[in-house]
Design a protein around this ligand. Structure first.
Ligand SMILES: Cc1ncc(COP(=O)(O)O)c(C=O)c1O
Length: 396
């Protein structure tokens, strides 16, 4: 049998501490490794596989478009790109869309837009306020935007133009807003930072502050958008309308894509001021269109709300049973289980042995981000495995 993991160590840059499993196949919420072992996938490509693995909606759209037209460049008009943009606009509070290839690119575009806005409407203001424990991507610019020291350290000096402040604290944003500020950029719920849910009125207060100062509110919905929180867009849960949103991850359920969408007022790029070779490519756009249309038509966000609550209730029951669980937090199907000590790695390993994939979001917390189409039975199975794992930890 080929030693794929050994070959990876030899040939691939060693930048990710991988879980020692080589996945070769997936269907729905299940994946199989190269030894034929089955797993229930509560990682879903890091909150990407919204419809699960190899859903016919994805594979059919992908196949059909791959046989029709694959890539043209943005020198020309293409139908799937326009259809996807129209679908996004008609189902959000946004007016215009730009499609790219990943989350960080969407955020780069959003911050570029905010800077153009600053140049044109705010006397050259260019600074963007972001928050501690945020995650906005891995380019140098988005590393600077990300409010986590560990990502900054290897790359200093970082590009100028970001101020990081405490999350869930509008006063902290107010304190650093100056005539240089053009925007505030936030996640509706912080994902990579540990699944941090803000107070219900936080985004409203930030919106009010942005309006008072005439600056833009950018919501990074890369992890929270497309149904993950139990609403199509995270901002709906908080009763605000941002000026700009960024999307990626679940939008095409596994095909690489990113998108920035803006209200007309904030949509200030002029010809030639932004672009992409692959962005909005027919294959990607056709797949994203099919995925998003399915999510809207089948009201997957309502399903996520229900199954998310079911999962949350079961996790809270486990919290009552095991005192080393200090908190269960999240919205919809973006959930974290917090432990009192750094046992997340042990929980991950033991879950793996029993056939459940989870994500270690912090040394002392696991994150559950399954496909949006899981049912109560999948939740029961995951809970059963976690229960067995936690009881094993008690016996150690
Ligand atoms: C909220 C958020 N923003 C941006 C990104 C970066 O997206 P990508 O890895 O596609 O560049 C991520 C990735 O985890 C994310 O969770």
């Amino acid at each position: 049998m080929t030693d794929w993991q050994g070959l990876e160590k030899k040939y691939y840059m060693q930048v990710v501490a991988r879980t020692p499993v080589t996945l070769v196949r997936g269907k729905g919420a299940r994946v199989w490794d190269d030894k034929g072992k089955e797993y229930l996938d509560f990682v879903a490509g890091w909150a990407v596989d919204s419809l699960g693995h190899c859903h016919p909606v994805i594979t059919d759209a992908l196949n059909k478009q791959a046989r029709t037209l694959v890539q043209t460049s943005n020198q020309f008009f293409t139908v799937p790109q326009v259809r996807l943009s129209e679908l996004l606009v008609k189902n959000s509070c946004m007016d215009r869309v730009f499609i790219c290839n990943s989350g960080l690119e969407a955020n780069e575009a959003a911050v570029k837009l905010a800077r153009r806005y600053g140049h044109l409407k705010l006397n050259g203001a260019y600074e963007v306020v972001t928050t501690f424990n945020s995650f906005h991507g891995r380019s140098l610019f988005m590393t600077a935007a990300t409010g986590q020291e560990k990502f900054h350290k290897p790359y200093v000096p970082l590009p100028d133009g970001f101020v990081n402040v405490k999350y869930n604290d509008v006063e902290a944003i107010k304190a650093v807003t100056t005539e240089k500020t053009c925007a505030v950029m936030l996640e509706p719920v912080q994902g990579e930072g540990g699944v941090n849910v803000p107070d219900d009125d936080y985004l409203k207060k930030v919106r009010e502050w942005c309006d008072t100062r005439g600056i833009l509110l950018i919501l990074d919905e890369i992890q929270t958008g497309v149904g993950r929180l139990g609403a199509l867009w995270g901002y709906e849960l908080y009763g605000v309308e941002p000026d700009i949103i960024t999307l990626a991850k679940g939008l095409a359920s596994g095909i690489p894509i990113g998108a920035v969408a803006a209200k007309e007022n904030a949509s200030v790029f002029a010809l030639g001021e932004h672009g992409s070779t692959f962005g909005g490519n027919p294959v990607t756009s056709a797949t994203a269109y099919a995925v998003l249309k399915y999510i809207i038509d089948k009201d997957i966000p309502a399903h996520v709300k229900k199954v998310g609550q079911y999962l949350m209730d079961a996790l809270l029951a486990l919290k009552n049973k095991y005192p080393f669980i200090t908190e269960v937090r999240g919205r919809g199907l973006l959930v974290a289980v917090q432990f009192e000590s750094d046992i997340a790695g042990d929980v991950l390993t033991a879950s793996l042995e029993k056939g459940l994939l989870v994500n270690q979001v912090k040394p002392d917390a696991i994150r559950l981000i399954p496909p949006l189409i899981i049912g109560n039975k999948d939740a029961d199975k995951a809970i059963g495995i976690l229960d067995a794992v936690f009881s094993g930890i008690v016996k150690r």
